[in-house]
Design a binder for this molecule. Structure first.
Ligand SMILES: [Cu+2]
Length: 156
């Protein structure tokens, strides 16, 4: 228990030195604005969203993720079942060559199962992503207040 706390404290401390852009790089991948919604203090699950851009000439695959704040992290998507939106677990998500993978509300997301700690608005928590080509990339998920969630939609 105490070692987990130490780990979390260290992670949060390291996080505070990573300022500004809030984007990450690994191999041919760029990862933009990992974020999460605010959660009630009693929450047992959480969600993380982000956008992965693949600048390479081969596809890459998101294979899984983990975080010290959760027992496990699953890749989920939403599927429409009649009038209902249901979540379904996926085992991988492809990032096409020269393309983009967006995890966003209503679509693909990373589900944090068995939260050990509920991060507050304004805090960041570490998330380790595993990719087939780019390997392991550690990002920090910012807990954003609902209305200021990402404004990265381009208008065409
Ligand atoms: Cu889910």
């Amino acid at each position: 228990m105490s070692s987990l706390r130490t780990l979390l404290a260290t992670a949060l401390l390291l996080g505070s030195s990573v300022v500004s852009a809030h984007s990450y790089h690994g191999g041919n991948l760029d990862i933009a604005h990992p974020w999460s919604r605010p959660l009630p203090p009693v929450a047992t699950t959480g969600v993380a969203y982000l956008t992965v851009t693949n600048k390479g000439e081969a596809e890459d695959v998101l294979l899984g993720a983990e975080s010290p704040v959760a027992d496990q992290v699953e890749i989920h998507t939403h599927i429409k079942d009649g009038e209902l939106m249901k979540m379904r677990q996926l085992h991988e998500l492809v990032i096409p060559a020269g393309g983009e993978l967006t995890l966003a509300p209503g679509g693909h997301h990373l589900m944090l199962m068995g939260l050990k700690q509920v991060p507050a608005v304004g805090e960041r928590f570490p998330l380790t992503l595993h990719f087939k080509q780019a390997g392991t990339i550690v990002v920090e998920v910012a807990v954003d207040a609902e209305p200021t969630a990402p404004q990265e939609h381009h208008q065409h």
